[in-house]
Ligand binder design. Structure first.
Ligand SMILES: Nc1ncnc2c1ncn2[C@@H]1O[C@H](COP(=O)(O)OP(=O)(O)OP(=O)(O)O)[C@@H](O)[C@H]1O
Length: 247
């Protein structure tokens, strides 16, 4: 079997007295989409930050294609699509500028784009269906278009691991379908994708694997094995068990 694109081994993270992640392990092989599911505060964003390397775990380790997060960032391996609230949408940049940021690691210190950079950006815009919006301000896009702009940045960068924090939040059904198509085509090219979502309905059609997180990993496996009524009740407190089976 291929070595994992993402490997999280026994990771524990604490913010002062708050234990945010406890002994979390998971792997994402190349060419797979892994859905990360959990309630508010279950540790999803903390896990992303640990994989990206902005948080150092108290215990355990993270590897991306065998590299530490810092090495993987320097090599441009990680494409990160943050939660919308983490981005200043008033910042006056156009879509094409956001996508070109993915090429900075390929440019010299002058950051002057060459033909190969412009071609990579044009291709990434095409693949995410944003070509016609390339010169629009990023703040003047819909929620789904903004998410796609960040995916395009990762594609232009040549990332092989994509971390998407709530890519379907605040996105209408049509945009959700477009994003899901883009993610599937990247999976089919051999990229590894870790996708956090509250949207349980989107998981079986999109994800090859699912992880239920509640500070610890509650379940990890094929979506139909993970999304059982008992496990959803444990992780989300949603009781969809037939009457009479509830505890
Ligand atoms: N900077 C911080 N300082 C202290 N506690 C924090 C900090 N960031 C997160 N936490 C706490 O750590 C736990 C996990 O938070 P995290 O943001 O990772 O959850 P999440 O699953 O991403 O939630 P959401 O779905 O609401 O984004 C929560 O109890 C949260 O309150």
């Amino acid at each position: 079997m291929n070595s994992p694109a993402v490997s999280v081994e026994d990771v524990t993270v604490r913010y002062g007295d708050v234990l945010a992640l406890e002994g979390v392990s998971l792997t994402v092989p190349p060419g797979r989409i892994c859905g990360l599911l959990g309630t508010n505060g279950s540790g999803k964003s903390t896990l992303f930050k640990t994989v990206v390397g902005t948080i150092t775990p108290e215990r355990g380790r993270v590897r991306l294609h065998g590299s530490t997060p810092a090495q993987a960032r320097r090599r441009g391996l990680i494409g990160y699509v943050p939660q919308s609230e983490q981005v200043d949408w008033a910042f006056p940049v156009r879509v094409v500028d956001v996508v070109m940021m993915g090429r900075y690691g390929h440019m010299g210190i002058t950051r002057r784009p060459r033909r190969a950079d412009r071609e990579a950006v044009a291709e990434a815009l095409e693949r995410t269906h944003l070509t016609e919006l390339a010169h629009r301000q990023i703040g003047a896009l819909s929620g789904g278009q903004r998410k796609r702009a960040f995916v395009a940045r990762g594609i232009a960068q040549g990332a092989s691991v994509f971390l998407l924090d709530e890519p379907f939040a605040g996105v209408d059904k049509r945009s959700e379908a477009t994003i899901a198509d883009v993610l599937r085509s990247m999976r089919d090219e051999g990229h590894a994708l870790l996708v956090s979502t509250h949207d349980l309905a989107s998981v079986p059609g999109l994800c090859d694997e699912a992880v239920l997180l509640q500070r610890r990993v509650v379940a990890n496996g094929a979506p139909d094995e993970v999304l059982t009524p008992e496990r959803l009740f444990e992780a989300f407190g949603i009781d969809i068990r037939p009457a009479g089976e509830a505890a």
